[in-house]
Design a protein around this ligand. Structure first.
Ligand SMILES: [Zn+2]
Length: 352
């Protein structure tokens, strides 16, 4: 049987702010000694209060607009609860049911054919600490925790399962990375982990309306790794089904040296995270005037390089903001009256 590959990508990108998402610690930690850019907030001490870094909000909205998303009139942060050694508080501040934007798209070109990859949502969250796994001379393994990365503003960009090949995935990622670079909002370095990608991969029989189980592949640290991992995983699923095996929803890790994916754990569902609204942060109402201000401050000159990937990018960008995107923004006055204290301008956090 012929199978079709179905891929959705979740990209996480560090934002180029000077300080972290909810505290004043510097984000310039790349060459800093471990655990030196930390404070009670990003260390997850009890009783501390986070404050939203408004620069990160600005960068997130600029990116969402460039990706043709609709900006939400009402947005809030939520707690995503899970126990893991790299998560200092036992929960991550993220966005669940009211992301700051939804329903965008990105156009890619593969073999001279243009296609649109729809974007489900773009939202903001904080990064977690970094674990470093070592083995001592006696062969005993141990792990070290570096909290410098904890709390770095992280943009999550989730695509619809519209990608049909590893090459389409690579083109999507390259274009997305270049847009972040063009806007000046992200360091976009995949090897350092500032631009990371997880993939949901499934296959579908030619005449079957149903996908196989959704399998998440993690730990891909370069564009080449994404391409190889997706190619391997789709082939593995095909072989397994043809041999009469069954696929289960799970998370698999890409092992670069061996060129294989290995099962890591059964995949979590949203209800496993026990999401609830972050009680220490105000819900937010984003006004069209503020979004318009941001869009006019965004770069409007043509994309540098002039490669085939970029024709009319600047034009599409400004056009989508001035016409369709702004028209699609819902009126905020009604919402603001429901949440008067949280309206933009009254409760904006520091820009840093
Ligand atoms: Zn801090």
């Amino acid at each position: 049987m012929t199978y079709e590959t179905v891929i959705g990508l979740e990209v996480h990108a560090h934002l180029l702010t000077k300080s972290k998402m909810f505290c004043g610690c510097s984000t310039d930690y790349a060459n800093a000694p471990p655990n030196t850019h930390v404070c009670p907030i990003c260390l997850g001490m009890p009783g501390v209060l986070p404050v939203i870094n408004w620069k990160a909000m600005e960068y997130a909205v600029m990116t969402a607009l460039a990706l043709n998303c609709t900006i939400s009139e009402f947005t809030k942060f939520d707690r995503k609860n899970y126990p893991y050694p790299d998560l200092m508080k036992g929960y991550q501040i993220s966005q669940y049911d009211t992301p700051l934007s939804r329903n965008g798209w990105l156009e890619i070109e593969v073999d001279g054919k243009r296609g649109r990859i729809n974007i489900t949502r773009v939202h903001l969250e904080e990064d977690v600490a970094k674990l470093i796994h070592r083995t001592d001379p006696s062969g005993e393994s141990y792990s070290l925790v570096d909290v410098n990365r904890s709390g770095i503003p992280l943009l999550e960009i989730v695509s619809e399962p519209d990608i049909r090949s590893p090459e389409e995935a690579r083109q999507y990622l390259m274009k997305l990375r270049s847009i972040l670079q063009y806007l000046g909002v992200s360091t976009r370095n995949m090897e350092e982990g500032s631009f990371r990608c997880d993939a949901n991969v499934s296959i579908r029989g030619e005449d079957s309306p149903r996908y196989s189980a959704k399998i998440e592949v993690k730990n891909m640290n370069s564009f080449k790794a994404v391409y190889r991992a997706l190619e391997y995983e789709a082939e593995r699923q095909r072989k397994l089904l043809e041999e009469g095996g069954q696929l289960v929803q799970e998370t698999r890790n890409w092992v670069e040296e061996k060129g294989v994916t290995v099962a890591q754990r059964s995949k979590e569902y949203a209800h496993d995270y026990r999401y609830f609204p972050e009680p220490d942060l105000p819900p937010l109402v984003l006004s069209p005037a503020w979004v318009e201000e941001l869009s006019s401050a965004s770069p409007s000159s043509p994309m540098p390089g002039g490669s085939g990937l970029w024709p009319n990018m600047a034009c599409r960008f400004t056009m989508s903001i001035s016409s369709s995107a702004l028209k699609r923004l819902p009126l905020t006055l009604k919402a603001a009256s429901r949440f008067p204290l949280q309206a933009i301008g009254l409760r904006k956090g520091p820009r840093r």
